[in-house]
Design a protein around this ligand. Structure first.
Ligand code: SF4
Ligand code: SF4
Length: 390
């Protein structure tokens, strides 16, 4: 299970790439100073939380440079040792150097990076040269023993290329995390690329089938998470839990937001780290109250939905986008979530009716009958892997 308290550090909203659907990049964005990291540590040291995960996000977090990470990582690790900090980074890896890779390896920072499929397809969406520069960084990461997973943004244009894209990830041995191109409160850049809820639902079902057909050969993180959350009846990623109060993002100037997706919009600032606000103060801010309003809205609006426990109305940010920041609906991707949750539940029900399936499972006992891997097989494979990693 991921750590429940999550702080996203946004050292800058600047980024050297120019992806067509990007809504976050801001060339004029300032860089976070090490004094602001000190303030973050001082703010958090008063909070009664047992564990915390920090994700360096952007813009492009490597723009902060080697000296920033050489200071920030030990400062956070030592200053908040009682919260057993874990780290992660989301980066395009263009600026990864051996010097930065060494410090990230020392603090066991797993990297998430983004490519959208084979080079030509990726560069059509993300700009000429993107793929090559990310792969150069990936090589440096690998040489230093850093764990790298890949986020693939599916757009309205790449949806029809889904088989080619997924096979590319499998043939290269890359773990895949799907990200749909989403509309934004900040600007209209993503609009022509946005994946529709129906296409997103269809894509998720396609990826479920692909995962099961290729069990043991390829991992699709979203599918693992979706199956797991249905099985344990609780969300395992932020979209499917009440993220309010357990996730915050800190902008380059020390402003606190509910999530990285709000960073850079002054009307969504909850407070500032240098004021050391209590969690109750953040919850009492106008945007803190709006996040709470979403939770209450979901309790009513989704009350009759069979999936409410592990969906929780989806992402509050997504829900605000069509209404200019107000809460007047749940996440517009509701149709996609309902489709994949119905599919997983239906398959689990028929697998239960058919009796236990042990075939095609690694380390399984005697075979009951020839059968293709189902959702239970995927959940079991994942549980065994999690146990081995512990
Ligand atoms: S607002 Fe959406 S993306 Fe942000 S933490 Fe909450 S669920 Fe996740
Ligand atoms: S699937 Fe739709 S109706 Fe059901 S809980 Fe999720 S957002 Fe609400």
């Amino acid at each position: 299970m991921k750590n429940p308290f999550h702080i996203m550090l946004i050292p800058t909203l600047g980024c050297p790439a120019r992806c067509s659907y990007c809504w976050s990049s801001d060339p004029a964005s300032p860089r976070m100073s090490i004094e602001t990291v000190e303030e973050v540590v001082a703010w958090l040291s008063n909070l009664e939380k047992e564990r915390v995960t920090f994700t360096f996000h952007g813009g492009e977090p490597l723009l902060a440079g080697a000296e920033f990470y050489k200071s920030a990582l030990p400062m956070i690790s030592e200053g908040l040792s009682h919260m057993k900090p874990e780290f992660a980074m989301q980066s395009n890896l263009w600026l990864l150097t051996p010097e930065i890779a060494r410090i990230l390896a020392e603090y066991h920072v797993p990297l998430g990076t983004s490519i959208d499929g084979p080079e030509e397809l990726c560069d059509t969406q993300r700009g000429e040269g993107y793929f090559r520069k990310t792969m150069q960084g990936y090589e440096i990461a690998r040489q230093h023993g850093l764990r790298v997973s890949f986020i693939c943004t599916f757009t309205s244009r790449s949806f029809s290329e889904r088989e080619k894209i997924v096979r590319f990830f499998m043939e290269n041995g890359f773990t895949l995390k799907l990200h749909p191109a989403l509309p934004s409160l900040r600007n209209a850049n993503p609009e022509p690329w946005v994946l529709s809820p129906d296409d997103y639902g269809e894509l998720l079902v396609y990826l479920l089938d692909f995962s099961l057909e290729n069990l043991g050969k390829m991992e699709i993180m979203n599918i693992n998470d979706l199956c797991k959350c249905v099985f344990i009846r609780h969300g395992t990623v932020c979209t499917f839990v009440d993220c309010m109060g357990s996730t915050f993002a800190i902008g380059p100037d020390g402003a606190i937001y509910p999530c990285y997706r709000f960073v850079g919009m002054p009307e969504y600032v909850m407070g500032y780290v240098h004021d050391r606000p209590a969690l109750d103060d953040l919850a009492a801010s106008p945007i803190g109250k709006r996040m709470q309003e979403f939770k209450e809205y979901v309790d009513t609006s989704c009350a009759a939905c069979a999936h409410i426990k592990y969906c929780r109305g989806g992402c509050p940010y997504n829900a605000m986008v069509p209404y200019g920041g107000d809460i007047q609906g749940v996440d517009p991707y509701c149709r996609a979530y309902a489709r994949i949750f119905d599919e997983i539940c239906g398959r689990l029900d028929s697998e239960m009716e058919d009796g236990p399936v042990f075939d095609m499972m690694p380390f399984s006992g005697p075979r009951r009958r020839e059968q293709k891997p189902g959702v239970m097989s995927l959940i079991r494979t994942q549980a065994m892997k999690d146990r081995m990693l512990r």
